[in-house]
Design a protein around this ligand. Structure first.
Ligand SMILES: [Zn+2]
Length: 487
């Protein structure tokens, strides 16, 4: 809510997300659903090319994925569902229709919890339904200098689900937080890669601005947003645009607008009069789908622990802070790794594992440009590293130096041996480093002997440095105190 001039406005946002389902094959045929790296038009058959008379066969794994999503979003799963044809003409749609779901979706009436501005919020999910993706058009200039559009049908028929949210969101920032949580949920349950750059997670937004207490305003749909940031920017822009029109006494027109990323504006694409009429009718080539309670129970049994539940459990079980638990549960695989190292090891181990992942491993992961779910060490390696630290075989300093030099799959102890970073077990070597330090820093020695206890810190640090970071701090302190007393 905010005040512009005399009027007080409220923004109402609802999001529609299309997410590709993680399946081996397409929605209605056996072609591979992996289209990203395949040469154009190589993953095609009469069904996904839309040849007359070719008959679709429903992909069971895709239906399971939609239902799993519905359960993760607390939806009802009706026993009876059906497929419908959505008719329109476009060059990337050879059949002239998509097989989708209209009035009887697989899942309905759910909700999702997300954190917005530090507070837990809940937004309604109207429905989740199954459908298929279209092909892709590639626009380019050919060898003769003609602008041409080429069609690649590898994506035609790839399993898709649409997740329609209730208009429960009140700001652009909240819309972004909702999307982040939704994408995280889909990745957790293995329903979708959620990869936005590859188009596996796409969002359209409906936004209207109304005077507080007034009737709902005309709805504007925004398309072409390819990142979380773009969604937030587009909604913020649109909110301002609509308020300015209302302030000037104008009326908002119901329309579809496209986000133009490089200009930072939305532009009109089509008005209400030009809206499509898809002439939905029941798909005659697919029988209605009966979803038995047994089927729902089976799928419920495969559902992984959801991010919000895991976050609270990490706080309770391992004594983590909220922010830290959020970081460690951002990706399911990282949470799994944390738990594999921390579980059963007591609070100290849980703390050490959290610190190493949050401060060192995630930093190194970013440096190396690894995918968000992959850390540079696996659980066995991190466990070995923490064991070596706890046993004093590695000093904290040597461990930090070692970390980026551990090669894929290598044992950290073996790497430490290879790089000569194991804690110095040679008392004579440590003693000579200590004595050399005492010679080199007479002022600090005088300070210490004069009663400045803190001066020993400097001497400890310098002594350790002389051993290449491999001397154990406790041993150095003991030997220093001994030597300073003796002189
Ligand atoms: Zn096919």
């Amino acid at each position: 809510m905010s005040r512009t001039g005399e009027r007080r406005y409220e923004t109402v946002i609802g999001l529609e997300v299309h997410a590709q389902l993680l399946t081996a094959s397409k929605m209605y045929c056996g072609c591979s659903a992996r289209y990203a790296d395949a040469p154009p038009n190589t993953h095609v058959c009469p069904v996904c090319l839309g040849a007359p008379g070719a008959l679709p066969v429903l992909n069971r794994a895709a239906v399971d994925g939609v239902i799993r999503t519905g359960l993760a979003l607390h939806c009802e799963i009706p026993e009876f569902s059906k497929f419908d044809r959505k008719n329109y003409v476009y060059p990337d749609l050879p059949k002239g229709y998509q097989i989708s779901q209209y009035d009887l979706p697989l899942c309905r009436s759910g909700w999702i919890e997300f954190v917005a501005g530090g507070e837990t919020r809940r937004a309604g999910v109207t429905r989740v339904h199954a459908e298929e993706d279209t092909g892709r058009l590639v626009h380019r200039t050919d060898e003769l200098g003609h602008d041409v559009s080429l069609v690649d049908l590898n994506r035609s028929g790839v399993p898709l689900m649409e997740i329609v949210g209730e208009p429960d969101l009140r700001s652009a920032a909240e819309a972004r937080d909702y999307l982040v949580a939704l994408r995280q949920t889909l990745r957790y349950i293995g329903a979708s890669s959620g990869n936005m750059e590859e188009g596996a997670f796409r969002c359209d937004a409906n936004i209207s601005v109304r005077e507080v207490g007034g009737p709902l305003g005309a709805k504007v749909e925004i398309k072409n947003m390819n990142s979380f940031r773009a969604v937030e920017r587009a909604l913020r822009y649109e909110e301002e645009r609509q308020r300015a029109i209302l302030d000037a006494g104008g009326a908002i027109e119901q329309e579809t607008r496209g986000w133009v990323e490089d200009r930072g504006v939305t532009v009109s694409q089509r008005t209400k009069e030009q809206a499509h009429d898809y002439r939905y009718f029941p798909e005659p080539d697919l029988p209605p789908l009966m979803v038995t309670p047994e089927m729902v129970d089976r799928i419920r049994g495969t559902l992984a622990e959801l991010p919000a539940a895991r976050r609270s459990r990490f706080v309770a079980d391992y004594g983590l802070g909220e922010g830290e638990a959020g970081l460690l549960t951002q990706e399911r695989e990282i949470g799994d790794l944390y738990e594999a190292v921390a579980a059963g090891g007591g609070r100290e181990r849980a703390r050490a594992a959290a610190n190493w992942i949050a401060n060192d491993l995630i930093g190194l992961q970013n440096e190396r440009g690894l995918p968000p779910e992959r850390l540079p060490l696996d659980a066995a390696q991190l466990r070995e590293l923490l064991d070596a630290l706890a046993a004093g075989d590695l000093t904290a300093r040597a461990a930090k130096e070692l970390l980026p030099q551990i090669e894929g799959g290598e044992s950290p102890l073996a790497a430490a041996r290879r790089l000569n970073l194991l804690a110095l077990d040679d008392a004579d070597a440590v003693r000579s480093a200590v004595l050399a330090t005492i010679d080199a820093f007479p002022a600090a020695v005088a300070d210490y002997r004069g009663g400045k206890q803190a001066a020993i810190g400097r001497l400890i640090g310098e002594s350790i440095k002389r051993t290449g970071g491999r001397a154990k701090p406790d041993e150095v302190r003991r030997l220093l105190e001994e030597a300073l007393r003796a002189d």
